[in-house]
Design a protein around this ligand. Structure first.
Ligand code: COA
Length: 255
């Protein structure tokens, strides 16, 4: 497949999707989301694909968030739609009937943390850093983070991470249940493949039913409300100041 912002590779029935904008720390722009959506479509349709790994190019970042520069090109009243579009791609990952595992090889911030959380489970390298720093931009998580982080680590810790925007390291993420294993960068993909190969000896039909059953209690209304509230934050003066401050490499001055 020919993509400009992701790379894909099929090896022994395992399809690896690598987000590939290392100079922008693999930030998710519109094209990445579109290409990720197309790649996931092929996962649903291609019988040769039995499982998926999602990872980031380079050794520094998994995905450092949604592309903040692109936010300045989106109209104030289009924030909810932006959020919904990202949510829809991530639903396709979460509800995929084949296992989708995140190999988090560095920063997983904002939309990057949300992408990792949409996967069925996560492995991380020791340099991985997780966080939802949207608050620093006058925003809230908009690709499902308010819902999935709360479910994965509990309400108190999720509230703290979203309110402070603080990053946590791989070991803390493991203690919180956000990642299952921490493995050296060079072993991250091989060990992820070992786990997938074990899963692939089990019944694919049963695996698809496990995914369906575990995902069943997800509250779709919560995601809709997140998109609506993201839209409100997106139209705010604080978001203008927060994104401008990031792009001008200075601290924001919120009112
Ligand atoms: N959107 C757009 N560009 C991004 C980005 C994002 N989310 N994250 C990083 N980049 C870009 C930087 O602007 C920089 O581009 P430049 O070289 O053209 O100036 C490049 O990626 C490298 O990032 P830089 O900030 O120089 O690396 P660093 O090691 O100093 O800091 C981070 C790393 C992850 C701490 C920092 O990049 C960061 O805070 N990123 C934003 C995280 C965020 O808020 N994500 C949520 C978005 S909703």
């Amino acid at each position: 497949m020919d993509f400009s912002t992701i790379k894909t590779e099929l090896d022994n029935n395992i399809f690896t999707i690598t987000i590939n904008r290392p100079d922008k720390l693999n930030a998710l722009n519109k094209t990445v989301l579109e290409e990720l959506n197309i790649a996931m479509e092929s996962v649903y349709n291609d019988e040769k694909i039995k499982a998926v790994i999602i990872t980031g190019a380079g050794e520094k970042a998994f995905v450092a968030g949604a592309d903040i520069a692109e936010f300045t090109q989106v109209k104030d009243d289009e924030g909810s739609l932006l959020s919904k579009k990202g949510q829809d791609v991530f639903f396709k990952i979460e509800n995929c009937p084949k296992p989708v595992i995140a190999a988090v090889n560095g920063f997983a911030l904002g939309g990057g943390c949300e992408l990792a959380m949409a996967c069925h489970f996560r492995l991380a390298s020791p340099n991985a850093k997780f966080g939802q720093p949207e608050v620093n931009l006058g925003l809230i998580p908009g690709y499902g983070g308010t819902q999935r982080l709360t479910r994965l680590v509990g309400k108190g810790k999720a509230m703290e991470l979203m309110m402070t925007g603080n990053m946590i390291g791989a070991d803390e993420a493991k203690n919180l249940g956000l990642v299952n294993y921490v493995e050296e960068q060079e072993n991250l993909i091989p060990i992820t493949k070992d786990i997938i190969n074990l899963i692939l000896t089990k019944s694919p039909f049963a695996i698809s039913k496990i995914i369906e059953a575990v995902n069943f209690p997800l509250n779709k209304e919560g995601f809709r409300e997140e998109a609506r509230l993201f839209g409100e934050a997106f139209a705010s003066d604080d978001k203008k100041e927060g994104t401008a401050a990031f792009l001008e490499k200075r601290k924001p001055a919120f009112k």
